[in-house]
Design a protein around this ligand. Structure first.
Ligand SMILES: [Zn+2]
Length: 177
């Protein structure tokens, strides 16, 4: 019996055979806006869904719910690594202290005027980034944006940049005042 291509595709579909896509899942994107747009909730949800690794770049980092979600991720075996700006060493309050003391790798990047990135790369396939600092002010008082990109190629770009900063960043514990 000779199948025409369309008939074959239909037969495969009807028989439940999946033809694997050569390029993996289709990228998808979502945007969120502060105040009151649920940025923190989106970040916490993404952290809770992490299975293997979370790379973080933070400028100001004072958000308790985000810090708590990262701690919980560590406790279930997710590898969490954080680079913060040097301003965190002088800030009156930062969650970097707690996260370091709880055993998470926290590094300080002092190589720039400011390390202004606000990025999370989750499981090597999802990027969260935007103007949104990991702070309560960013959630409640500021106009901010957060992009959640499920895009492996983009995630690779951000992970490479994270590694480039990691090479000159120093462990928070060694520069902690
Ligand atoms: Zn750097």
């Amino acid at each position: 019996m000779v199948f025409r291509p369309l008939t074959l595709a239909l037969a495969l579909a009807l028989s439940g055979c999946a033809v694997p896509a050569a390029t993996g899942p289709q990228p998808s994107y979502a945007a969120y806006f502060s105040p009151g747009g649920g940025c923190t909730a989106q970040i916490v949800d993404a952290i809770r869904a992490a299975q293997r690794s979370i790379l973080v770049q933070a400028y100001s980092f004072t958000s308790e719910p985000i810090a708590q979600a990262l701690l919980e991720a560590t406790r279930r075996g997710v590898e969490v690594s954080i680079i913060v700006d040097k301003s965190q060493l002088k800030e009156r309050y930062t969650v970097a202290d707690d996260l370091m003391q709880q055993g998470i790798l926290v590094l300080v990047d002092s190589a720039h005027a400011i390390a202004h990135d606000k990025v999370m790369v989750i499981d090597g396939d999802t990027v969260l980034t935007g103007s949104f600092n990991f702070t309560r002010s960013a959630e409640e008082r500021n106009a901010e944006n957060l992009l959640v990109a499920k895009d492996r190629a983009l995630a690779n770009r951000y992970a490479s940049n994270w590694q480039a900063h990691r090479r000159h960043a120093k462990p928070y514990a060694t520069v902690w005042p």
